[in-house]
Design a binder for this molecule. Structure first.
Ligand SMILES: *[C@@H]1O[C@H](CO)[C@@H](O)[C@H](O)[C@H]1NC(C)=O
Ligand SMILES: *[C@@H]1O[C@H](CO)[C@@H](O)[C@H](O)[C@H]1NC(C)=O
Ligand SMILES: [Zn+2]
Length: 429
């Protein structure tokens, strides 16, 4: 009996960090018409919109404890249907911790090649940085570890340059991929780590390293990412402070801070999750990405990896189409098709299109800035969420069993994009 009690006490102390989410409820809102869609998509702080509503898709929103009743009453009064997907999201957070801990226990029994990532867990920032360093040391001819600058709180913005010709072959296009610009989108990290593994450690498509150079930045928002591990799991922005007295709210949405249509489709409310900052490129993290995009005009594909939604999106975020929209669409379709071919039955097909038309208008995004900087094939990926009726591991929460499949599937999309690029260049030459 005492033994049981001991376990119980320890469990609750370990998980105390999720207290801020206790009794927050996850709502699935079944919008019917444009009016309801607009109403849902205009909800602002303190509600946390996980998925904007579209004609085809329900909206998903996390509602803090103190607003659950109010929100329900409001939906009822407007005649909007909804389902409470998760009554208390803290239960889901504890389940995520438990599933991860279970995997870690099993793994401790194995002796893995430490240059191969364990795709049954989400590495934290320290682990990612250690891994990048190890890879660069083990493969000095192919991999260079670059520190692109410091984050707001002074963490290194690390990325890898991967090339079997030392970035000196001017005929090779460069593919630039980053993930975790939004901190809580954990399942995007394995996608970039897997790309590194397939280009360096376990190479099965030699042509991808012969024909392209690669820049891969697994953690584009290191401060936010660290905070999502030890502060608040659903943190999205960076950690800029000093914006409001007493820091009642802080952080800039890095994917609204780039200098493209700046502030037209974002928020000037510091408390908002889409707060765009005090000016375009006010944030050191976006400056580092900007500088990479301008560092070499051979960058021809840029992928900004997010979750969730099963989407491949291209510019402009205003809804206008860029001159090369046709190529963007065709390449996008090929990437999406490649992923759909290997996805699970329960998973949704990817949708491809202009970001404003498929999702919602947004300004200051990395994807749009990539295009502005001259990268012809610039995309936002929205990776799938685990979907399993009855499962509370959903949305930003990670099911360890879905990490590897998600990474492998995304790699199929990346490969298809690279192959599209190679074929079009050859045809044009
Ligand atoms: C990151 O993981 C290491 C173990 O690999 C652990 O010691 C450290 O506390 C973790 N950091 C955070 C912020 O969770
Ligand atoms: C290397 O990759 C292939 C296919 O991508 C996979 O089947 C194989 O298990 C991988 N090997 C290791 C050691 O991970
Ligand atoms: Zn995102």
């Amino acid at each position: 009996m005492r033994w049981l009690l001991g376990i119980f006490v320890c469990v609750s102390c370990v998980y105390a960090r999720h207290e801020q989410y206790d009794k927050s409820a996850l709502f699935n809102v079944k919008v019917k018409d444009v009016e309801q869609i607009n109403y849902f998509n205009s909800l602002d702080y303190p509600l946390d919109i996980w998925m904007y509503a579209t004609q085809e898709r329900d909206g998903i929103v996390l509602v803090p404890k103190d607003y659950v009743q109010l929100f329900q009453d409001e939906l009822n009064s407007k005649g909007i249907e909804f389902v409470i997907e998760v009554e208390n999201i803290k239960d889901s957070l504890e389940l995520e911790d438990k599933l991860r801990a279970d995997k870690a226990r099993n793994r401790a029994m194995r002796s893995d090649n430490d240059l191969l990532v364990n795709f049954d867990d989400i590495y934290n920032l320290t682990e990612v940085n250690n891994y990048l360093k190890k890879i660069a040391e083990a493969y000095p001819d192919v991999v260079t570890l670059v520190n692109g600058g410091k984050s707001f709180e002074g963490r290194d913005m690390n990325y890898l340059k991967i090339s079997n010709s030392k970035f000196e072959d001017a005929s090779k296009p460069i593919i630039f991929i980053e993930s975790l610009l939004h901190a809580r989108e954990w399942v995007t990290l394995p996608a970039t780590l897997y790309a590194i593994e397939k280009l360096v450690v376990n190479v099965t498509d030699q042509d991808l390293i012969d024909d392209f150079d690669w820049i891969i930045m697994p953690v584009a928002n290191p401060d936010g990412y660290e905070f999502s591990h030890d502060g608040g799991r659903f943190w999205r922005k960076n950690r800029r402070n000093g914006l409001l007295p007493g820091d009642v709210c802080l952080g800039v949405d890095l994917n609204r801070n780039f200098d493209i249509f700046y502030s037209l489709g974002s928020s000037n409310n510091v408390c908002s999750d889409i707060y765009h900052g005090t000016s375009a490129f006010s944030e050191p993290e976006t400056q580092v990405i900007r500088d990479i995009l301008h560092s070499d005009d051979r960058i021809e594909i840029f992928l900004d990896i997010h979750s969730f939604g099963n989407l491949i999106l291209y510019g402009w975020g205003s809804g206008d189409l860029p001159e090369n929209a046709f190529a963007l669409h065709v390449a996008g379709i090929q990437m999406a098709t490649a992923i759909d071919e290997v996805k699970e039955d329960w998973n949704l097909n990817y949708r491809v299109g202009n970001s404003a038309l498929v999702l919602y208008p947004a300004s200051g995004t990395a994807m749009d800035y990539g295009l502005k900087a001259g990268v012809p094939l610039s995309y936002t990926y929205e990776l799938p969420a685990r979907r399993n009726s009855g499962s509370t591991i959903f949305g930003f929460l990670v099911d360890p069993d879905f990490i590897k499949p998600s990474a492998v599937q995304t790699w199929e999309g990346i490969k298809a994009g690279a192959i599209f690029l190679r074929n079009t260049r050859r045809n044009l030459a």
